[in-house]
Design a binder for this molecule. Sequence first.
Ligand SMILES: C[S@@+](CC[C@H](N)C(=O)[O-])C[C@H]1O[C@@H](n2cnc3c(N)ncnc32)[C@H](O)[C@@H]1O
Ligand SMILES: Nc1nc2[nH]cc(C(=O)O)c2c(=O)[nH]1
Ligand code: SF4
Ligand SMILES: [Mg+2]
Length: 242
Amino acid sequence: MSKVPVIEIFGPTIQGEGMVVGQKTMFVRTAGCDYSCSWCDSSFTWDGSGKHLIVQLTAEEIWAELKRLGGNGFSFVTISGGNPALLRHLDALVVLLKENNIKIGVETQGSKWQDWLYDIDELTISPKPPSSGMSTDFSMPTEILGKLRDRNSNQHISLKIVVFNQEDYAYAKQVHLRYPTIPFYLQVGNDDIASMDNTRLVSHLLEKYQALIDQVMMDEELKNVKVLPQLHTLVWGNKRGV
Ligand SMILES: C[S@@+](CC[C@H](N)C(=O)[O-])C[C@H]1O[C@@H](n2cnc3c(N)ncnc32)[C@H](O)[C@@H]1O
Ligand SMILES: Nc1nc2[nH]cc(C(=O)O)c2c(=O)[nH]1
Ligand code: SF4
Ligand SMILES: [Mg+2]
């Protein structure tokens, strides 16, 4: 039985980001990332600080834990990380979830391809802007979008760019102009991922959200775009596992 490294399984909660924001969902968070974004809010998946939390699980074991936590009260599972697209063996989980009529969302930065991406219902690709310290090789997101084009009409794909500063905003615009037909989301960057003061954090993030809205509303080059905060952060702050 092939196993995958899992660092947390949680829910039910709401999807706090992107195209299915508000969706009731369970989360499976895999360990390991090929990036190391300066502002990663899930750096415990790759920086060693969450090493003790990593367990190697089969698809059946993941499904058992999802059922233990969520009972019969869910029909959607989001797989995030780290970068879940590093893991070829997630194919077994995707098959098992589908057999159980569960819709699947995936969060990835678009740096790796896996064949099981064909079977994801809601796929978010999130290339990383300059403030992350990463540089994007656009050949991979281009390859992913090419493979998935016209393959499965029930599949939804979106691009989501996190914005921290003006350089990121310019990058986001470039990404949208490069892939103009792909539903496009801008997301407010959380620049205070250590804060425990939720009141201060929320008012700070809402200010940043307002500033990003203002900028996009004035921008003739960004028309068919959606601007969102991380909803879960507004509700629960930087708490893990929600
Ligand atoms: C933790 S990542 C895991 C999935 C994948 N590695 C990726 O980056 O797309 C999930 C989402 O959180 C976003 N994210 C990470 N840190 C963030 C922060 N400080 N503020 C806003 N969004 C953040 C990422 O851009 C990504 O869209
Ligand atoms: N509620 C909630 N929504 C999320 N959307 C994307 C998340 C992620 O870390 O990938 C996330 C998360 O960690 N929690
Ligand atoms: S790609 Fe995603 S998980 Fe990896 S470091 Fe960046 S935000 Fe974190
Ligand atoms: Mg998160």
